[in-house]
Design a protein around this ligand. Sequence first.
Ligand SMILES: Cc1cc2nc3c(=O)[nH]c(=O)nc-3n(C[C@H](O)[C@H](O)[C@H](O)COP(=O)(O)OP(=O)(O)OC[C@H]3O[C@@H](n4cnc5c(N)ncnc54)[C@H](O)[C@@H]3O)c2cc1C
Length: 424
Amino acid sequence: MAHIVVLGAGTGGMPAAYELRDELGKEHEITLINERDYFQFTPSNPWVGVGWRGRNDITFGIEKYVSRKGINFVADRCEKIDAKNNKLEMKNGDIIAYDYLVITTGPKLHFDEVEGSGPHGGHTHSVCTVDHAEAFYEDYKKQIEKGSGHIVVGAMPFASCFGPAYEFAMIVDTDLRKRKIRDKFHITLVTSEPYVGHLGLGGVGDSKGMLESKLRMQHIKWIVNAKTTKVEEGKMFVSELNSKGELHKEHEIEFDLAMMLPSFFGVDVVTKVEGLCNPRGFVMVDDYQRNPTYKNIYSAGVCIAIPPVDATPVATGAPKTGYMIESMVTALVHNIEEELSGKEPSHTGTWTALCLADFGDSGAAFVAIPQIPPRNVAWFKAGKWVHLAKIAFEKYFMRKMKKGSSEPFYEKSILKMMGINRLK
Ligand SMILES: Cc1cc2nc3c(=O)[nH]c(=O)nc-3n(C[C@H](O)[C@H](O)[C@H](O)COP(=O)(O)OP(=O)(O)OC[C@H]3O[C@@H](n4cnc5c(N)ncnc54)[C@H](O)[C@@H]3O)c2cc1C
């Protein structure tokens, strides 16, 4: 019998626990650990930021659902991974021993990298967590009461997630239009990407042309190659670089409200383990999602190390998107199963990106196979149907995480017909 511990119950960890339970025999024990007792559907946080969703719409208590499937759940923060002795030290003092550890801890939101940024004592907001999105909404309501203002939305250097910045700029635009006060507000996108629509992916299809056109149509100005260096109350300091990485222009942007996706780093508990991570604290994995130093540690999701798609004047990271994460999960589950049957791991995820970006009343969908170029498929389409598809996806994913099936057969069949598979 083996004890498999999944650390982190987000978009990667929840399906990992369910899929392990489905694939492994009942003699093996599975424990899921999360620092909070609830799951949050991160892609809906931008809607929380403008009050279109409340906390209860996009979160649910984990224990009730996973325990039905025979998965143990621990709601506590892991403070130390003792990788040499296969043990976790929890905040409450408990020690949890494991045979296999699956790390799905997501990112540390590294606000410290830009002075004066972040929602904890800084002057910018985030929508990366439901708490952060709620904090934005409180200040947004006050700004609406004032009747006018300048809202800055974007991504800091070393961010490795850009889609939500575009989504949020467009969602705020839509919300203000619905309130019939869009003409009283300016919106500016400030991003570390080298061009609009780069997305940390070197672009997908015509993402540049389509997103530029959309921003123009919504009267959203933009600054790219933006190295935000400091934020003060109501003022953002941005060095705009040229394509050679030289200073092109210094900006001091006055704003009333700002939502900036922060730089991403590994969470403390993993960065502290010698030999586990790259210099930015992301867990190193081989083709099988397995750490090269500690062979009984697997990892998936935002917490893994992936090199940037290309060298950009301002540092940008490659995003890890939902379906890509699920493909990593399926691969590692099959690999652990193989190891338990005395075989060598042989499964590799496709790392396909399949994304729906909401623009409030329309949206953009893209498929990139594989996510890292050169690609076999690069498809980018916009339309009102994406907004509806994103709402449907939210309901579908939340239901899936409550019911405990990571990849129902109809999902697998439909995606297969589209040429999209989780495993190579
Ligand atoms: C605002 C936003 C919107 C996004 N929208 C989309 C989208 O529409 N489509 C898409 O494909 N991708 C989207 N993404 C990208 C990606 O899918 C998400 O970031 C996804 O949530 C990442 O999953 P994860 O499992 O790697 O990390 P997370 O979902 O962040 O989960 C990590 C979990 O680990 C827990 N944890 C961390 N450290 C510890 C510890 N020491 N002890 C115990 N628990 C710990 C955390 O509390 C958290 O619950 C979005 C990202 C953001 C930030």
